[in-house]
Write a protein that binds this ligand. Structure first.
Ligand code: COA
Length: 535
């Protein structure tokens, strides 16, 4: 397979300038993640420690195979939300190896507001279950939560993807044969009691692990009975008397050990259907990506340069290299796994869309996972594009992407703008995982364009009313629009709201994609059936 020949001059001033800038972005990311991983307030952490409990990340570490990679999702969920008092959205989720098997872990952090569910906590829990279901990963719930964050009940309880969805998902997964394992470290109260109750295996920790539909205050109010939490729903009740729990754990560490034994006895074998090659590092240093992505987002860089630093041996078998040249398509391997890559070099023209659809068809026919690498400013506009039929050609790319049943992975390298986001497997397109770089941005259009449209709408509306806007008013509107777009299109806003599965350092792309592709083949790759493609 041909090796990409890089044209990057690593000793140029521009490269060095870009690199220095990108390093500040990576440092900022590392600092924010580190801060979020600390957990709740110092008071809550001290209390937790004094109680002799393990912190959420210590529990996860004890469940996982020693030294294995934990593919953590959205450590910056709820970033800059809820007065920054709910780091990681109060829940840690990710794929890790337990007794040699890839599992999904969903773990409450009891030091963050008692592990209660804020709207982003709910979203993160449901998203982790969705990933587990699509990839058929045994799911381990490390529960320790006060349940719904009561002041925000209207945003966590009633809707389709709110609290009730947890149990629906557990029922669906259990029926599909996806093991549901619950480790009860702390409180499982009210609806939360159904996390263990709907699980296949339940481990309950002595003294602290409590399961009840109504906690002691509710029991007192409803029946007058005076009873403490442990006597009401501790493991002595549920392992010995009620049968709600299956395993009695002496302490947190013992619960983790029992969990590893449960997973060791699942009797499940992964059948990887992909034709593997020997893994190989890229021929070019991935850290050079820092110097390739321009400090000014509008300036062009060649996506082949990013591909060269992402794939094995920088080998890339490019398809239709001379046709529809602003969409790059081709085959490569990542740590031995085959992938079909679609990468942008700017605007999508009709020929690009047709080429992309053709390429996706081939990957689906051959059951090859797809990787979409974004730097797209949308589909072409204007009378020429319309006469060439851009809507129907764009629809071919959107249709094939939407229907492609192979595992799909997406990385926002730089821009993901307008309908280009759809054709390139943006969040709405059911990719298995979507990661974003610190340099990425995603919006319906650029802030400058939106500012132009909104000021024109305002001017026209005032004109119809016989009035005119002052220059200051229009400048203010334009400025506010640009600023809002800059903030909401950025990666921190995106990841806080779980529009992606995490911001990643470009250097770690191979590791994240490898873990993602490896997990994806726990599920069989079905044949694809496309809808009616407008010719
Ligand atoms: N809604 C909103 N906030 C809650 C909460 C809930 N359901 N449960 C706990 N909190 C908050 C507390 O107000 C406190 O906030 P602060 O850090 O701003 O002071 C924080 O979570 C920690 O709670 P605290 O009681 O101080 O800690 P703890 O470790 O001793 O106990 C719980 C934690 C979860 C066991 C305990 O708070 C509890 O029993 N909560 C009620 C659970 C419940 O009945 N839920 C029903 C919801 S369906």
């Amino acid at each position: 397979m041909p090796v990409i020949k890089s044209r990057i001059k690593v000793d140029s001033d521009k490269f060095k300038d870009n690199k220095a800038y990108y390093q500040t972005l990576v440092k900022q990311l590392e600092e924010r993640v580190e801060q979020a991983k600390v957990g709740g307030s110092e008071r809550a952490r001290t209390l937790h420690k004094e109680r002799g409990r393990l912190f959420v990340r210590e529990r996860i570490e004890k469940v996982l195979d020693p030294g294995s990679f934990f593919l953590e999702f959205n450590p910056l969920a709820a970033w800059d939300m809820y007065d920054n008092e709910v780091p990681c959205a109060g829940i840690v989720t990710g794929i890790g190896i337990v007794s040699g098997k890839e599992c999904m872990l969903i773990a409450n952090d009891p030091t963050v507001k008692g592990g209660t569910y804020h709207p982003m906590t709910v979203k993160k829990h449901v998203r982790a279950q969705e990933i587990a279901q699509e990839n058929r990963l045994p799911t381990i719930y490390l529960t320790d939560s006060g349940g719904a964050f009561l002041p925000l009940q209207e945003d966590v309880f009633p809707d389709h993807y709110h609290f009730g969805r947890f149990f629906y998902n557990q029922a669906q997964m259990s029926a599909m044969g996806i093991p549901q394992i619950c480790l009860v470290f702390g409180l499982c109260t009210a609806g939360g009691a159904y996390v263990p109750a709907m699980s296949d295996d339940v481990v309950q920790v002595k003294k602290w692990g409590c399961i009840f539909i109504g906690g002691p205050p509710m029991v007192k109010a409803a029946t007058g009975e005076d009873i403490d939490a442990e006597a009401l729903g501790g493991p002595d009740v549920h392992c010995r008397i009620s049968g709600v729990s299956d395993y009695y754990a002496r302490d947190d560490a013992h619960a983790c050990e029992i969990c590893r034994d449960i997973v060791a006895h699942l009797n499940s074998v992964k059948h990887n259907p992909l034709e593997m090659q020997a893994p190989e590092e890229p021929a070019y240093d991935p850290e050079e990506i820092y110097g390739i992505i321009n400090k000014k987002p509008q300036e062009f860089f060649d996506m082949r340069e990013i591909i060269a630093r992402t794939v094995d041996g920088s080998r890339f078998d490019e398809f239709k290299a001379l046709y529809g040249t602003t969409l790059i398509t081709g085959f490569a391997h990542i740590n031995g796994y085959p992938v079909g890559i679609l990468g942008n070099n700017g605007i999508l023209f009709p020929d690009c869309a047709v080429k992309g659809a053709h390429f996706i068809e081939r990957c689906c026919q051959r059951h090859i996972p797809l990787l979409y690498m974004h730097n797209v400013m949308g589909f072409s506009v204007g009378s020429k594009a319309e006469r060439e039929g851009i809507p129907k050609h764009g629809a071919k790319l959107v249709m094939t992407t939407a229907n492609a049943a192979v595992p799909k992975f997406t990385v926002f390298v730089s821009g993901s703008i307008g309908a280009g986001n759809y054709g390139m497997c943006g969040r709405g397109y059911q990719g298995r995982l979507l990661f974003v770089y610190p340099s990425s941005y995603c919006s319906v259009m650029g802030g400058q364009v939106a500012a132009g449209i909104l000021t024109r709408i305002k001017t026209d509306a005032l004109k119809r009313a016989g009035k005119t806007a002052t220059k200051e008013e229009l400048d203010k509107l334009a400025q506010e629009t640009r600023e809002k777009y800059d903030y909401t299109a950025g990666p921190y806003f995106s990841t806080a709201h779980l529009y992606d599965d995490g911001i990643i350092d470009p250097v770690e792309t191979r590791q994240y994609l490898t873990a993602g592709i490896s997990a994806s083949v726990n599920a069989p790759i079905p044949d694809t059936k496309f809808g009616v493609i407008r010719l």
